[in-house]
Design a protein around this ligand. Sequence first.
Ligand SMILES: *Cc1c(COP(=O)(O)O)cnc(C)c1O
Length: 400
Amino acid sequence: MPGFELFGSAERKEVNDVLDNGVLMRYGFDGMRNGHWKAKELETELESAFQSKHVQLLSSGTAAVTVAMVAAGIGAGDEVIMPSFTFVASFESIMMVGAIPILVDIDDTLTLDPKAVEKAITSKTKAIMVVHMCGSMGDMEALQRICDAHNLILIEDACQAIGGMYKGKPLGSIGDLGCFSFDFVKTITCGEGGAVITNNKDYYIKADQYSDHGHDHQGSDRGAETHPFLGYNFRISELHAAVGLAQVRRLPEFLSIQQKNFTILREALSAIPEVTFRTVPEGGEESYAFLNFFLPDLEITRRASKNLKEAGVDGCFHYYDNNWHYVRKWDHLKNLKSLYPISEEIKMGLKYLQTKTFEQSDHFIGRNISCLIKLSWTEDEVKSRAEAMVKAITSALKVS
Ligand SMILES: *Cc1c(COP(=O)(O)O)cnc(C)c1O
């Protein structure tokens, strides 16, 4: 992560194809396009990369999560179980469709704790949204078992774990619907973009039509198409898809660079006895987009985080003190600071956040540091980074 570090001639060529014929829209204008259908081509590439029957490209990862829920029929009053540690997009999109986000604890995988999920199920629960944070994954077998037992939809947000695998399957392809972001900082990027993947044809058709104002996409006259249901505009442009098309073809190369850099850093940190690493569920293989480790307590972790910054080691996050990824700082959600009136149902449904505590999540996020693995580092840079990290962490451990 992120794919923009290695932009080059491949990306330029794909974008120029689009500019040369001038059709920036993914639908229609068949005669002008000179055979260029970048969004369609990218969908085909993603079907094979993520071993899924259907892929719908969208304008963002947030759009992907929203459209996944819409396609599965999730809406007003439904409860969706999501983790306390994720990007704000998770609850934004749940609330956008009128549903209620039910936040539950994470465990040492840094993703949903299946025990906490089970406890949170009510008669209103419609779906479980697992977020594969920072390059690794939830316990998919345990979550699938819960979904089967309670007849719930399993949505995977794999935005931060592009290329990660679980028991031989790409993350995102295991649940009922998988969501990806190709925003500017993700492992492969379109600039802005996202995708929903699924093996369920009905979900796919709904995602395809909903994301283009309900257009049925039959025939070759857009104006004559019918609208089987209400829709919205979550379309991706051909320019964005063109960038993604060049990037997806380089995904295997990006993943192998991530793994190489990750391994050097992990081996260096393994020499520090107080450092432990996140748990990866059995049968899982990380995407190696981040290296995540735990220190003994919150104070040491804060000190280590400060030392890392001072040593110029960029891209290391202590999410406990971060505004965007952890419930502790989501005051705008807890206090419902909305620009427009929120439904009574959501207001009532979110009252629990006034009193709910997340001790177990605090225990893990308070002691976690998550370091971005870059693609453009030279081997020397990774090695001197490893040295600087060991030094920063060791010195944080000494003071006590
Ligand atoms: C990036 C991200 C999103 C949102 O994607 P955008 O394309 O930026 O809208 C959603 N979930 C997670 C976990 C993300 O990291």
